[in-house]
Design a protein around this ligand. Sequence first.
Ligand SMILES: Cc1cc2nc3c(=O)[nH]c(=O)nc-3n(C[C@H](O)[C@H](O)[C@H](O)COP(=O)(O)OP(=O)(O)OC[C@H]3O[C@@H](n4cnc5c(N)ncnc54)[C@H](O)[C@@H]3O)c2cc1C
Length: 382
Amino acid sequence: MKNSYTCLVVGAGPAGSSAAYTFAKNGIDVCVVDKAVFPREKLCGGLLTSRTKKNFLDVFESGWEEVYECKTNGALFFHKGQLINAIENYGELYFCNRSTFDNRLLEKATSTGADVVLGERVEFVDTTAKSCLLGSGRELRYRYLIGADGANSIVTRAVTSKGFDRSSYAFAVQAETPDRACRQNGTARPEIYFGEVDWGYGWVFPKKNSCSVGLGGLFPKNRNIRTRFSEFYTARNGQPCSVPLKGHYIPFGNYARNAVSKDCILVGDASGLVDPITGEGIAFAIESGQHAAHAVISAISGSTTSVADDYEKYYSKITREMDRANMIRNFLFSEYTKALFIGALSRTRTMPYHFMDLMSGVISYKDLFSIIQQKVKKLVFW
Ligand SMILES: Cc1cc2nc3c(=O)[nH]c(=O)nc-3n(C[C@H](O)[C@H](O)[C@H](O)COP(=O)(O)OP(=O)(O)OC[C@H]3O[C@@H](n4cnc5c(N)ncnc54)[C@H](O)[C@@H]3O)c2cc1C
């Protein structure tokens, strides 16, 4: 049993497995440690956009067909329970079961040569001694550390010395219900619900044999989210939800200002890389895991002087886009302007397509901003 690695990855979600796979593929000695035993449950809507597909194939090259359960090409949009628009023939929207998805990614990393320690929580990170202390008392030493341990990351706390501040996070609740709940409209298209929570939205996403029904929004604005979920579910399905409701925090535009510290890089939810409007995080987790691994590989090979050189270029590009999203979020969700957004979504044929393009990474927030400006001008002046 080795206790010292060139690279140690904490967390075996999409971000951690993407980093571990990239290290192993490049012949770097790597170990990934996770507190859970895989396959493990992960609360998630499981929507995989074409951005996720692209990032997945960039890293793992093949195997996309094995990681999702179903796909659809349309979506239904609701506001306060009323259908306001629908799209068809959109293109690629995939849905996965996160337990299977994450397990498959981890298998890819281990079969490529990454060592793995499962069922062991990292209890303490010593960035000076470069070691992680596990729950069993075992100590793992590293030269480079990747913090991929999710929204409540112990690595982030060790590196940034910042506590977990719930006020800047979203909180989401979700139930995995029998599949009739998402096929009641005679279709398995995903449903997106505005007006059910503040600064967020609701969803019903189809899976192979079930569907995920959830609500998520900025935590300080939705302290009663469980009650709102009960009302939402009962109104939609005509009966109360009889399966367990689970909840989890999501970073929501509050990305880490410094994702690199000495020889440690934060990736995925651990650095807050979740879209502050759509809540999409899997694509960014895979992408950031890969970029972090490449930054370390460049530093090891001597082509850069530190891991920060490469990674910060990528990170500043992606966080600029998050900043734009944070600005646009004020328009979409604020009390004063949200009616304009709902008006555009319900009265124009193209707006729902733009929203899906945004979710899929086909257009950027900069593009969406100019589109919204044009739509609002039309709505106000015509
Ligand atoms: C309700 C909900 C719905 C969502 N829906 C979607 C969606 O439809 N599409 C989408 O793209 N995104 C969605 N997201 C966001 C998405 O789930 C995350 O962005 C994504 O999982 C981030 O991946 P990650 O690898 O960074 O972290 P995670 O997937 O959270 O993985 C972190 C891993 O670290 C491990 N870990 C944590 N602490 C420790 C420790 N101390 N020691 C060892 N291991 C540790 C955990 O066990 C876990 O396996 C949703 C999130 C929520 C909460």
